[in-house]
Design a protein around this ligand. Structure first.
Ligand code: F0G
Length: 431
């Protein structure tokens, strides 16, 4: 099946070989995407995806490569590095559903991935392409999760990982992962958007392969989050898929996955996408809601550091996907994120702050009548609870402050109690 890279700008539409090392169109500068002439039998595909769950072959065990016909950019699979990514559960959360104004909600929890976030779905593909191209050094700018994931896959695949992070604005959970996996880690005194510009320049100068989400092969891997959730629902499309928006790579991947699933005949209707941003870092929300030119937020702020991005690279793709799915964009406050997160925790599920923007957004969208109470909703939790324990401890002890020092109410606080080593006294407390 022929595959190529295609310029995402419909006025340009330039095409390149799938093996060209390009992150944007050489003619017009727009984003690129992998493009295929799919000629697939949906019933046969569904059957083989299901059969692979009985197999012990690494490519079949991977919740990404199990769906390999849906992103056929490799000639052979020898460059693949798999840590058995994907395979993340769909979990019912009745307490969260009630809080979000829904009868039911299912969480697709990407925090169950090998490095604890959805980035692993894309990284296994990005690193496979890096190896297929014979690259030795890979690099990314990250708010934390991409770097943790890239470091792990690069290490497992014998590549040299270089990581660039915004100094002081990354959780220790994520930084520690990058260090432990052996990545060379630079903390730059600038924000995410500024560092991304810097690293794009560096990539050209010193010959490193960039694995940020404008890398089209990462997007191909992230499509499998949608394929797997549809497979887990026996290919019944939900009404809504809700996800947080930062650099908007995931929104682009989800929309592409849904369009392709519909085209191939794996689903018979498109779910609507709802993208949720943090109020202090919400340029995409502003643009979609208010129109005009796309305007970056110069100093993005949010305690949900994973989505602290003011100039999201993938906004043109994300716009297309939100429109193609008749989707919406919402924004939520720091307080709303913190409380929604605690409610997800009370379901026994838990997640990192950026992920909780989903439930906070759902609560607003149901209150506004955009999402019906009876709607069939899947919210994607993008990262594991243990990514940012500091935030959780502060919330439950009443010490969480929004950027600018505004205190966040610990609406659902759960403080630990210090007790003497005395059974009598503890029994009294429990009476
Ligand atoms: N949720 C989490 C936990 C993330 O780490 C990110 C992005 C997002 C949501 C937003 O996804 O960028 O595709 O819209 N983290 C990137 C990183 C930017 O560097 O780890 P997006």
């Amino acid at each position: 099946m022929p595959s190529e890279l295609k310029c995402f700008n419909p006025q340009c539409g330039a095409r390149y070989a799938i093996t060209d090392v390009l992150y944007s169109c050489a003619k017009c500068g727009a984003l690129l995407e992998a493009s295929y002439d799919f000629d697939l039998d949906p019933a046969a595909l569904k059957k083989s995806f299901r059969e692979r769950r009985m197999s012990n072959a690494p490519l079949d065990v991977s919740g990404v490569w199990r769906y390999r016909e849906l992103f056929p950019f490799l000639d052979d699979f020898s460059p693949v590095v798999t840590l058995r990514e994907g395979n993340t559960p769909l979990l019912e959360g009745p307490i969260a559903a009630e809080y979000g104004g829904l009868d039911r909600i299912a969480f697709k929890h990407q925090g169950f991935n090998p490095t604890g976030s959805f980035k692993d779905n894309g990284m296994t593909c990005g690193v496979a392409q890096a190896r297929a191209l014979g690259m030795k050094r890979v690099a990314c700018v990250s708010t934390g999760n991409t770097s943790a994931s890239m470091a792990a896959y690069a290490a497992a695949g014998g590549l040299d990982p270089l990581i660039f992070l915004p100094h002081g604005n990354i959780s220790f959970g994520k930084l520690s992962q990058a260090l432990e996996y052996g990545a060379k880690t630079f903390q730059v005194e600038a924000n995410f958007d500024q560092i991304l510009a810097l690293v794009r320049t560096l990539a050209e100068r010193v010959g490193i392969y960039l694995l940020n989400s404008m890398n089209p092969f990462r997007i191909e891997g992230q499509k499998t989050i949608v394929f797997e959730l549809l497979d887990q629902r026996d290919w019944r499309a939900p009404d809504w898929i809700v996800l947080p928006g930062g650099n908007l790579g995931n929104t682009s991947a989800f929309g592409k996955a849904l369009r392709e699933a519909k085209l191939i005949g794996l689903i018979d209707r498109m779910p609507r996408l709802a993208v949720v941003q943090a109020e202090g870092s919400a340029p995409f929300y502003d643009f979609v809601r208010h129109g005009g030119d796309f305007r970056a937020v110069e100093n993005p702020e949010t305690l949900a550091t994973a989505i602290r991005i003011g100039d999201p690279v993938s906004w043109p793709k994300a716009l297309h996907e939100v429109q193609a799915s008749n989707g919406v964009v919402e924004r939520v406050s720091e307080q709303e994120i913190a409380d929604a997160k605690a409610q997800i925790g009370r379901c026994g599920i838990g997640c990192e702050p950026a992920s909780a923007a989903t439930l906070a957004g759902i609560r607003k969208l149901t209150a506004a009548g955009v999402i019906d109470r009876s709607a069939d909703v899947v919210a994607v939790l993008t990262g594991n609870l243990l990514k940012d324990p500091d935030y959780i401890y502060r919330y439950h002890t009443g010490k969480l402050e929004a950027p600018g020092g505004v205190p966040i109410r610990s609406t659902f606080a759960n403080q630990s109690v210090v007790v003497p080593n005395d059974a009598e006294r503890i029994a009294e407390l429990l009476a």
